[in-house]
Each structure stands twice: as structure tokens, then as C-alpha cells.
Ligand binder design. Sequence first.
Ligand code: ADP
Ligand code: MG
Length: 541
Amino acid sequence: TTFHEKGNISIHTENIFPIIKKFLYSDHEIFLRELVSNAVDATQKIKRLASLGEYGGELGDLTIKVSVDKEAKTITISDKGLGMTADEIKKYINQIAFSGALEFVEKYKDQGVERGAIIGQFGLGFYSAFMVASQVEIVTKSYQDAPAARWICDGSTEFEITSADKTERGTDIILHVAPDSEEFLEQYRLNTILEKYGKFLPIPVEFDGKVINETEPIWTKNPNDLTDEDYLKFYETLYPFSEKPLFWIHLNVDYPFNLTGILYFPKIKNELQLSREKIQLYSRQVFITDEVKDVVPDFLMLLHGVIDSPDIPLNVSRSFLQADANVKKINGYITRKVADKLNELFKNDRTGYEEKFSDIGLFIKYGMVSDDKFYDKAKDFVLLQSADEKYYTLEEYKTKTEATQKDKDDSLVWLYTTDAGKQDAYIQTALTRGYDVLKLEGAIDPHFIGKMEQKLEKTSFKRVDADSLDRLIDKGVTVESVLSEDEKTSLKSLFEGVAGAGYSVDVQPLSSDELPVVLTQNEFMRRMNDMSKMGGQPAFF
Ligand code: ADP
Ligand code: MG
């Protein structure tokens, strides 16, 4: 016998409910973020209805109020938003995963209500209240002409709706805090959570007698209306007591995804000292996380600032974020913007750019090493510093060395030092020969050198002590030494007796100005050693 049947999968509410309450959000404190976000949405909606002429009453003071009653063990979130009728409660609250936020945007989108104005989207946030409350009460009065209603639920699948005597438009959500969640009745705890998630919410939120948020953070404003002072002040709000940033980028895009934000380039004193300040991720001015690992390219994690995008999915796991197509696009966009900004600084103010290079060089090189697209942009503005402290672009340095540093195979050899102090004798010898030496002394530089060798045509890098100079840049001409063969042999054996492992002794001064004896370390062997010491990774990550 065979079967063929089609049907609808059903959900057993009793079983799915605990899953939503306990496992949807790993962090219990976000109940407050969700409920305050709903209050913001309700307030945005009544403002929209008023501006569309669908609500003719007074808007009044729209401040959202959060309060706590330690005796009664309740937390109350009150708004003067659009409220709900009893029927709307049944529709929006009793139906899990039915979002009134999405419905509102759908309904009014032709009248210019953008998705970005409303926070909610999954129709699940409200139920996070049950993570901390044993009973939740809604007391609400709609802007429409309907009696006020009270809804009560103890987290089971049963609820109760009665009429209420609330006369003012808006909604109070009253949480009867569960015994295992009483920490949330502490004033300072609530204040910390509100500060964390709600600092930049677009509607004023009052707690403990004062407004906790800045409703128009500067990233939502037009860059043309902002001064350097504004940007620096905002940086200080985000990261009090930090040193001034070097410069910043105001991000603003609305197609093919929506994203605003400000990224700051911090001053780095020492590349081993990782910045503790993190980029903060927001969605419609609600703080989401400062773990932006998958949203921002790895090499830009050293930047500071905020990114706000309604297109970054909320409440989701890291693996979800990684796989999200928008997140990938955002990644590419940020990389491009950063490259454009650096290019602009380089083009417009070379001197200023050079002055900052010791700080920003690290970002640029790390970006070039880890991202080919960034390499292709940055190759025009990355700078190499020569032992004489002057800076050159790759192209300029090529021009500078082309005539003098090509070997017999017509390949360019770029000499470098990893420690100008220790390798000074070698550097001086190279300079006497008319060669130039680059300073590549940072932890990222071995990787950067490897990348450049991969990318630059017929160019190799050799540390200035890797061999005697006429073998490093082998022009195919035999050079006469000023020493006799006998003198060379005895000097060589004398020094070989004391040279350490890994060094070769070379006795071949071209003239009496040069050092008679050099100890050299084979470039390949030394690089292998250095790499294995660093475990193949840039030391600072
Ligand atoms: P979402 O916000 O994603 O739509 P929620 O579970 O947070 O989902 O809320 C469900 C719905 O309940 C909202 O879309 C809204 O219609 C309604 N709602 C929740 N809180 C309020 C409130 N304070 N005022 C008016 N309506 C509300
Ligand atoms: Mg919500």
C-alpha cells in the first residue's frame, strides 16, 4: 500500500512556549531592550498616525517611563504610544510570531513610512518578558475610541482579558518579577541595562527621574551639518578618557542595504597593545552588540565607533550572522569606504597622511595581507619608509630603485632592515654602495613583505644582512676585493671560530671604506625561523 497526503504542521503551544521564553535569547537582560523597543515603536506609530492625519488628538509628552517598585516586586514600562484595543491584544500579543510592527509598515509604506522607523520585526520580543517575570500584565488604552483593556498571563498558555479604567492613551507593561530574577529590581542594574541598550533610542526614556538617552545621535545626521567638534565629542561619549582619534569616516548608504555609522581611527601607541574599545553595533538606534566580528572585516576590528543597520538580523546566533548575505555586503562596503577615505587623505594632504602613517600603517598593512580587494586599493597609498625616514609609495620606490637595484635577471631587489639599530653597520655599507634600505620593523611586516612579493612583479625583498651585498643584488659582474686571497682566508677562519649558528662569514670588502668582514644570515632560513616563532600569525592577533 502507498500513501499520499498533504497537510499543515501544527504547533503544540505548551511545548513551544518554554523554548521561546528560555532559549530564544541567551541573555535575560534583553527583556528590557525588547519592551522599551516596543514602547518606542508604539510612540513612533502614534507620531506617524498624527502626521498622516489619522489621529487628531493631542500627542502630549511622549516620554517613555521605566520604573521599579521594590516592595511590590514589579517593573513597569509606560508609554504614550498608540495603545491597543482588546481585539488588538488578541491579535498582536496572543498570536506569537505575528508582528504588529511589520503589519504597520506594510499598511503605511505607500504613505512614506519606512521600515527603518520601526524596530520590531519577528513578533517574539514581547515574550522575552517571561524570562524574568512570573506574571505579565498589560494595561492599555488605544488612540481609537475603545475601552481600555487589561491582559494578564502567568507564562502558561492561558490568558485573561478584562476591561480596565486607564484613561490616558498608551500602554503600561507591568512585570511581576520572578524570585530567581530579583536582581533586576535593583536600580543600578536596570540603569546599566538601559544605558547599554537604550542610550541612543529615538524617543526620550526616563528612569529614576532623568532621561537616559540622546535621541538624535550624530550618526543619524547629515555629515554636512556636523563639525569636527561634534565628531570628537561623540567619540568621547562612546569612549570616555580615550585619546583623540586620528580621523573618522561617516558611513551612510541606503542601497542595496541600509547602513549608517561613524568609524574612528584610533591612535595606536604600540601595535602590541590591542585596542579594548570596540565598535558598537546598533539596529534602529537600539544597541545590539559590540561583538562585531562577522560584520566588520577582521583588519578593521581595531577601529572604533558605531554601525547602525536595520538590515543586520537581530537576536540571532553568530553562525547566522556569518551566513547572512547582507552582512557579507556590509563587510565589503565598509572595506571600500575605509579604502576610499584613506586614499582621499593621502591625495589631499600627503604631509598629514605621512604624519599619521605610523598609526594607520598597521591597519593598512594588515588589511592588505588579509584581503586582496583591499590590497588592490591600498597599493596606491601604502607607504614604505626608507632608512633616511622618508616615505615612498610602492610606485615611487620602484622609480627610486630601478636604476640602482636591479640584478642581472632584471629583477628588483629591495633591501630592508628589521632593526635599524642592530643592523646599522649593514645599512651603512648598503648606503655607501648607493643602495637604499627600507625600514620594515613591525610585527605585521614579515607578512606584509610576503604579500608584496606575491603581488609585485619581479621584486624580491632581502634583509640587508642576508648575504654580502654583491650576492644580494647580483649584477653579474665580479668585483675585485682590496684584500688578497691570503688575507681573506685568515680573516674568514678567524671569524668563523666565533660566529653563532645560522651565520655565514663573508670577507669581501670592495674598497677600504667598507667593513672587511660581514656575518650574514640566509634570508630564506631566517624567514622560516621568524615565521615559526610567530606561529604563522601576525604576533598582535
Ligand atoms: P515585534 O515588536 O517584533 O512586532 P513583539 O512580540 O515585541 O513583536 O510585539 C508584538 C506586537 O505587540 C507588536 O508588534 C505590537 O503590535 C504589539 N505591542 C507590543 N508592545 C506594545 C506597546 N507597548 N504598545 C502598543 N503595541 C504593542
Ligand atoms: Mg518588539
